[in-house]
Design a protein around this ligand. Structure first.
Ligand code: ATP
Ligand code: MG
Length: 138
C-alpha cells in the first residue's frame, strides 16, 4: 500500500538516505498516526533489522525477542545474547556481513520505554561501534 501524503517527512527520509554519513532519526508521535507504516514503506529496500520491545518484558524476554528477530534475518546461527552489549555486537556483525554498500536501515521501536535498559547501549553503539565499522559507515 502506498503512503498517502507525508510530503515533508518523505523529503527528510530521502535526505537521510542520500547522506554519506550514518544517520540517526528519532520518530515520535501519537499512536496510529503512521510512524511504523511510513518507515517500513519508505525504507523497504534498505531494511536490515527491526525490533519492537516486548510489552513489560523482562531483560531475558527482550533478549529472546531480539534473538528471534535477528535469527529471522540472518542465516548465521548465533547464541542467545546474555546482555544488550552482546546483542549489539551480534547486530553489528550481521550488518557488517551484508552485501553491497548501500545504506542499511535499522528500526528500533521503544514503545512506552519497553527497551529502556537497552538505550545506553544503543547510544554507545551508534556513537562508537556503528559509525566506526568500515562496512557499516555511510
Ligand atoms: N500516510 C499513510 N498512508 C496510508 N496509510 C497510512 C498512512 N499512515 C498510516 N496509515 C495506516 O494506518 C495504520 C496505522 O499506522 P502505524 O501502525 O504505522 O501507526 P504507528 O504510528 O506506528 O502507531 P503505534 O504508535 O501504535 O505504533 C497503517 O497500518 C496504515 O494502514
Ligand atoms: Mg508503530
Amino acid at each position: 500500500m502506498a503512503v498517502i501524503g507525508r510530503i515533508r517527512e518523505i523529503k527528510e527520509l530521502d535526505r537521510l538516505l542520500a547522506s554519506k554519513e550514518a544517520e540517526f532519526l528519532a520518530l515520535y508521535g501519537r499512536r496510529r498516526v503512521g510512524k511504523t507504516f511510513l518507515i517500513r514503506e519508505h525504507f523497504k529496500k534498505q531494511f536490515c533489522f527491526e525490533l519492537t520491545g516486548v510489552k513489560d518484558g523482562t531483560l531475558k524476554e527482550q533478549l529472546v525477542n531480539f534473538h528471534q528477530q535477528l535469527s529471522g534475518r540472518s542465516r548465521k546461527l548465533r547464541p542467545l545474547p546474555a546482555s544488550w552489549q552482546e546483542a549489539f555486537q551480534q547486530l553489528a556483525d550481521h550488518l557488517g556481513s551484508l552485501r553491497g554498500n548501500g545504506k542499511r536501515v535499522v528500526s528500533w521501536t521503544n514503545c512506552r520505554g519497553w527497551l529502556v535498559p537497552a538505550r545506553a547501549f544503543f547510544r554507545r553503539w551508534i556513537i562508537s561501534g556503528m559509525l566506526s565499522h568500515p562496512r557499516i559507515r555511510g
